[in-house]
Design a protein around this ligand. Structure first.
Ligand code: NAP
Length: 249
Protein backbone atom coordinates (compact mmCIF):
# COMPACT_ATOMS: atom_id res chain seq x y z
CA UNK A 1 0.00 0.00 0.00
CA UNK A 2 1.30 3.48 -0.87
CA UNK A 3 2.13 5.46 2.22
CA UNK A 4 0.77 8.91 2.96
CA UNK A 5 3.38 11.60 3.45
CA UNK A 6 2.66 14.41 5.92
CA UNK A 7 4.86 17.50 6.11
CA UNK A 8 4.88 19.55 9.28
CA UNK A 9 7.02 22.68 9.28
CA UNK A 10 8.66 23.55 12.59
CA UNK A 11 8.02 20.08 13.99
CA UNK A 12 11.08 19.83 16.25
CA UNK A 13 9.38 21.56 19.19
CA UNK A 14 6.07 22.76 20.60
CA UNK A 15 2.83 22.44 18.65
CA UNK A 16 4.57 21.04 15.55
CA UNK A 17 6.28 18.27 17.52
CA UNK A 18 3.00 17.28 19.23
CA UNK A 19 1.25 17.22 15.85
CA UNK A 20 3.97 15.05 14.31
CA UNK A 21 3.65 12.48 17.09
CA UNK A 22 -0.15 12.53 16.92
CA UNK A 23 -0.19 12.09 13.10
CA UNK A 24 2.19 9.17 13.02
CA UNK A 25 0.69 5.77 12.22
CA UNK A 26 2.15 2.79 10.43
CA UNK A 27 0.81 3.98 7.04
CA UNK A 28 2.22 7.49 7.30
CA UNK A 29 5.65 9.01 6.75
CA UNK A 30 5.96 12.18 8.82
CA UNK A 31 8.40 14.82 7.62
CA UNK A 32 9.69 16.58 10.72
CA UNK A 33 10.98 19.89 9.38
CA UNK A 34 13.17 22.07 11.60
CA UNK A 35 15.34 25.18 11.39
CA UNK A 36 18.40 24.49 13.55
CA UNK A 37 17.55 22.25 16.53
CA UNK A 38 18.59 18.89 15.07
CA UNK A 39 18.63 17.20 18.47
CA UNK A 40 14.99 18.11 19.15
CA UNK A 41 13.95 16.99 15.65
CA UNK A 42 15.81 13.68 16.07
CA UNK A 43 14.02 13.14 19.40
CA UNK A 44 10.63 13.57 17.70
CA UNK A 45 11.65 11.06 15.02
CA UNK A 46 12.87 8.60 17.67
CA UNK A 47 9.59 8.85 19.60
CA UNK A 48 7.60 8.16 16.43
CA UNK A 49 9.82 5.21 15.49
CA UNK A 50 9.59 3.73 18.98
CA UNK A 51 5.81 3.76 18.58
CA UNK A 52 6.11 1.87 15.27
CA UNK A 53 5.74 4.85 12.93
CA UNK A 54 8.00 6.32 10.26
CA UNK A 55 9.45 9.83 10.32
CA UNK A 56 12.32 11.75 8.77
CA UNK A 57 13.89 14.93 10.15
CA UNK A 58 14.60 17.46 7.40
CA UNK A 59 16.41 20.74 8.01
CA UNK A 60 15.10 23.65 5.93
CA UNK A 61 14.54 27.33 6.59
CA UNK A 62 11.03 27.61 5.17
CA UNK A 63 11.31 31.39 4.86
CA UNK A 64 13.84 30.86 2.04
CA UNK A 65 12.42 29.88 -1.34
CA UNK A 66 15.33 27.67 -2.45
CA UNK A 67 15.19 25.69 0.83
CA UNK A 68 11.45 25.13 0.45
CA UNK A 69 11.94 23.89 -3.11
CA UNK A 70 14.71 21.55 -1.94
CA UNK A 71 12.46 20.29 0.88
CA UNK A 72 9.66 19.41 -1.54
CA UNK A 73 12.12 17.93 -4.07
CA UNK A 74 13.38 15.68 -1.28
CA UNK A 75 9.81 14.61 -0.51
CA UNK A 76 9.26 13.83 -4.23
CA UNK A 77 12.02 11.20 -4.01
CA UNK A 78 10.30 9.29 -1.20
CA UNK A 79 8.10 6.26 -1.58
CA UNK A 80 4.65 7.66 -0.86
CA UNK A 81 2.22 10.46 -1.71
CA UNK A 82 2.20 13.88 -0.11
CA UNK A 83 -1.40 14.55 0.95
CA UNK A 84 -1.11 16.51 4.21
CA UNK A 85 0.78 19.70 4.99
CA UNK A 86 0.82 21.65 8.24
CA UNK A 87 2.28 25.16 8.03
CA UNK A 88 3.34 25.64 11.63
CA UNK A 89 6.86 27.13 11.78
CA UNK A 90 6.66 30.57 13.34
CA UNK A 91 8.65 33.14 15.30
CA UNK A 92 8.19 36.29 17.28
CA UNK A 93 10.62 38.78 18.81
CA UNK A 94 10.89 40.51 22.20
CA UNK A 95 7.77 42.25 23.43
CA UNK A 96 7.77 45.84 22.22
CA UNK A 97 5.58 48.72 21.11
CA UNK A 98 5.65 49.80 17.48
CA UNK A 99 7.99 52.68 18.29
CA UNK A 100 10.92 50.30 18.74
CA UNK A 101 10.19 48.00 15.79
CA UNK A 102 12.86 48.06 13.07
CA UNK A 103 12.12 47.28 9.44
CA UNK A 104 14.54 44.37 9.80
CA UNK A 105 12.48 42.85 12.61
CA UNK A 106 9.15 43.39 10.83
CA UNK A 107 10.46 41.87 7.60
CA UNK A 108 11.92 38.87 9.44
CA UNK A 109 8.56 38.20 11.10
CA UNK A 110 6.75 38.47 7.78
CA UNK A 111 9.11 36.23 5.82
CA UNK A 112 9.23 33.63 8.61
CA UNK A 113 5.49 33.58 9.35
CA UNK A 114 3.87 34.52 6.03
CA UNK A 115 6.19 34.03 3.04
CA UNK A 116 7.04 30.57 4.35
CA UNK A 117 3.35 29.55 4.44
CA UNK A 118 2.80 30.88 0.90
CA UNK A 119 5.82 28.99 -0.43
CA UNK A 120 4.87 25.69 1.21
CA UNK A 121 1.25 26.08 0.05
CA UNK A 122 2.46 26.77 -3.49
CA UNK A 123 4.64 23.66 -3.62
CA UNK A 124 1.94 21.53 -1.95
CA UNK A 125 -0.79 22.66 -4.38
CA UNK A 126 1.43 21.94 -7.40
CA UNK A 127 1.72 18.35 -6.22
CA UNK A 128 -1.71 17.70 -4.69
CA UNK A 129 -4.04 19.44 -7.16
CA UNK A 130 -6.23 16.95 -9.00
CA UNK A 131 -6.01 19.27 -12.03
CA UNK A 132 -2.28 18.50 -12.12
CA UNK A 133 -2.90 14.77 -11.75
CA UNK A 134 -2.42 14.78 -7.98
CA UNK A 135 -4.54 12.95 -5.39
CA UNK A 136 -5.81 16.01 -3.53
CA UNK A 137 -5.09 16.60 0.13
CA UNK A 138 -5.43 18.87 3.10
CA UNK A 139 -3.47 21.86 4.38
CA UNK A 140 -3.69 23.34 7.87
CA UNK A 141 -2.21 26.76 8.55
CA UNK A 142 -1.35 27.48 12.17
CA UNK A 143 -2.39 31.05 12.84
CA UNK A 144 -2.98 32.61 16.27
CA UNK A 145 -5.64 34.27 18.40
CA UNK A 146 -3.33 37.28 18.01
CA UNK A 147 -4.76 37.76 14.51
CA UNK A 148 -8.07 38.68 16.22
CA UNK A 149 -6.66 40.38 19.32
CA UNK A 150 -3.73 42.32 17.80
CA UNK A 151 -1.14 41.70 20.59
CA UNK A 152 -0.82 45.40 21.57
CA UNK A 153 2.39 46.37 23.41
CA UNK A 154 3.78 42.90 22.77
CA UNK A 155 4.13 42.09 19.08
CA UNK A 156 1.65 43.60 16.67
CA UNK A 157 4.05 42.63 13.87
CA UNK A 158 3.46 38.99 14.81
CA UNK A 159 -0.30 39.53 15.12
CA UNK A 160 -0.38 41.13 11.66
CA UNK A 161 1.56 38.20 10.22
CA UNK A 162 -1.14 35.88 11.57
CA UNK A 163 -3.83 38.12 10.05
CA UNK A 164 -2.13 37.53 6.72
CA UNK A 165 -2.16 33.79 7.39
CA UNK A 166 -5.93 33.91 7.98
CA UNK A 167 -6.41 35.68 4.61
CA UNK A 168 -4.17 33.13 2.91
CA UNK A 169 -6.31 30.33 4.36
CA UNK A 170 -9.56 31.87 3.10
CA UNK A 171 -8.27 32.82 -0.35
CA UNK A 172 -6.42 29.60 -1.03
CA UNK A 173 -9.31 27.45 0.21
CA UNK A 174 -11.53 29.05 -2.44
CA UNK A 175 -8.85 28.77 -5.12
CA UNK A 176 -8.35 25.03 -4.65
CA UNK A 177 -11.77 23.87 -3.38
CA UNK A 178 -12.53 22.18 -6.72
CA UNK A 179 -9.00 20.79 -7.06
CA UNK A 180 -9.35 18.23 -4.26
CA UNK A 181 -7.57 20.29 -1.61
CA UNK A 182 -9.04 21.54 1.67
CA UNK A 183 -7.34 24.45 3.44
CA UNK A 184 -8.17 25.31 7.04
CA UNK A 185 -6.59 27.20 9.91
CA UNK A 186 -6.23 26.88 13.66
CA UNK A 187 -5.89 29.87 15.97
CA UNK A 188 -4.25 28.78 19.23
CA UNK A 189 -4.32 31.15 22.19
CA UNK A 190 -1.98 30.83 25.16
CA UNK A 191 -0.23 27.48 24.75
CA UNK A 192 2.67 26.24 26.91
CA UNK A 193 5.68 26.22 24.52
CA UNK A 194 9.12 27.81 24.16
CA UNK A 195 7.80 30.64 21.98
CA UNK A 196 6.96 32.83 24.98
CA UNK A 197 10.61 32.78 26.12
CA UNK A 198 11.50 34.01 22.62
CA UNK A 199 9.22 36.98 23.33
CA UNK A 200 11.14 37.65 26.56
CA UNK A 201 8.57 36.27 29.04
CA UNK A 202 8.82 32.50 29.61
CA UNK A 203 5.95 32.56 32.15
CA UNK A 204 3.60 34.62 29.98
CA UNK A 205 0.96 31.88 29.80
CA UNK A 206 0.67 31.63 33.59
CA UNK A 207 0.50 35.43 33.92
CA UNK A 208 -2.34 35.80 31.42
CA UNK A 209 -4.26 32.54 31.91
CA UNK A 210 -6.41 33.89 34.81
CA UNK A 211 -7.89 36.44 32.33
CA UNK A 212 -9.23 33.68 30.09
CA UNK A 213 -12.82 32.40 30.40
CA UNK A 214 -11.42 28.88 31.01
CA UNK A 215 -8.86 30.26 33.51
CA UNK A 216 -6.01 28.14 32.18
CA UNK A 217 -3.41 27.95 29.44
CA UNK A 218 -3.64 25.35 26.68
CA UNK A 219 -1.46 22.32 26.01
CA UNK A 220 0.20 21.39 22.72
CA UNK A 221 -1.87 18.21 22.41
CA UNK A 222 -5.07 20.25 22.54
CA UNK A 223 -3.91 22.07 19.41
CA UNK A 224 -2.46 18.97 17.74
CA UNK A 225 -5.80 17.14 18.13
CA UNK A 226 -7.60 19.91 16.25
CA UNK A 227 -4.97 20.02 13.49
CA UNK A 228 -5.19 16.26 13.02
CA UNK A 229 -8.98 16.40 12.86
CA UNK A 230 -8.88 19.11 10.18
CA UNK A 231 -6.41 16.99 8.18
CA UNK A 232 -8.55 13.86 8.51
CA UNK A 233 -11.42 12.53 6.40
CA UNK A 234 -13.70 13.32 9.34
CA UNK A 235 -13.38 16.96 8.25
CA UNK A 236 -14.08 16.13 4.59
CA UNK A 237 -16.64 18.94 4.10
CA UNK A 238 -14.65 21.55 6.01
CA UNK A 239 -12.58 24.12 4.13
CA UNK A 240 -11.79 27.80 4.63
CA UNK A 241 -12.53 27.51 8.36
CA UNK A 242 -10.62 28.75 11.38
CA UNK A 243 -10.80 26.75 14.57
CA UNK A 244 -10.14 28.87 17.69
CA UNK A 245 -8.27 26.98 20.43
CA UNK A 246 -7.94 29.77 22.90
CA UNK A 247 -9.82 28.90 26.07
CA UNK A 248 -12.79 31.03 25.11
CA UNK A 249 -11.12 34.33 24.16
P1 NAP B 1 8.08 26.92 19.31
O1 NAP B 1 7.88 25.99 20.44
O2 NAP B 1 8.91 28.15 19.49
O3 NAP B 1 8.65 26.07 18.06
C1 NAP B 1 8.89 26.73 16.84
C2 NAP B 1 9.22 25.69 15.79
O4 NAP B 1 9.35 26.36 14.52
C3 NAP B 1 10.54 24.99 16.03
O5 NAP B 1 10.39 23.66 15.60
C4 NAP B 1 11.52 25.76 15.13
O6 NAP B 1 12.63 24.96 14.72
C5 NAP B 1 10.62 26.04 13.95
N1 NAP B 1 11.01 27.16 13.08
C6 NAP B 1 11.07 28.49 13.39
N2 NAP B 1 11.42 29.20 12.29
C7 NAP B 1 11.57 28.30 11.27
C8 NAP B 1 11.94 28.40 9.90
N3 NAP B 1 12.22 29.59 9.34
N4 NAP B 1 12.01 27.28 9.16
C9 NAP B 1 11.74 26.06 9.72
N5 NAP B 1 11.37 25.90 11.00
C10 NAP B 1 11.31 27.01 11.77
O7 NAP B 1 6.68 27.45 18.74
P2 NAP B 1 5.16 27.00 19.03
O8 NAP B 1 4.67 27.77 20.17
O9 NAP B 1 5.03 25.53 18.99
O10 NAP B 1 4.46 27.65 17.74
C11 NAP B 1 4.11 26.89 16.61
C12 NAP B 1 3.13 27.73 15.81
O11 NAP B 1 1.99 28.02 16.64
C13 NAP B 1 3.69 29.08 15.37
O12 NAP B 1 3.22 29.40 14.08
C14 NAP B 1 3.10 30.04 16.39
O13 NAP B 1 2.99 31.34 15.88
C15 NAP B 1 1.76 29.40 16.64
N6 NAP B 1 1.12 29.80 17.90
C16 NAP B 1 1.67 29.48 19.10
C17 NAP B 1 1.02 29.88 20.26
C18 NAP B 1 1.56 29.58 21.63
O14 NAP B 1 1.02 30.11 22.63
N7 NAP B 1 2.58 28.74 21.77
C19 NAP B 1 -0.16 30.60 20.19
C20 NAP B 1 -0.68 30.91 18.95
C21 NAP B 1 -0.04 30.49 17.80
P3 NAP B 1 13.96 24.80 15.66
O15 NAP B 1 13.57 23.88 16.80
O16 NAP B 1 14.97 24.18 14.75
O17 NAP B 1 14.33 26.16 16.14
Amino acid sequence: MTKTICLITGASRGIGAATAKRLATKDVVVIVNYLSNKKAADNVVATIEEAGGEAIAVKADVSIEREVINLFNFIDQLDGTLTKVVNNAGILFKQSTIEAMSAERINKVLTSNVTSYFLCCREAVKRMSTVNGGNGGAIVNVSSAASRLGAPNEYIDYAASKGAVDSLTVGLSLEVADKGIRVNGVRPGLIYTDIHAQGGEPDRVDRLAPNLPMKRGGHVDEVANAICWLLSEEASYCTGSHLDLAGGK
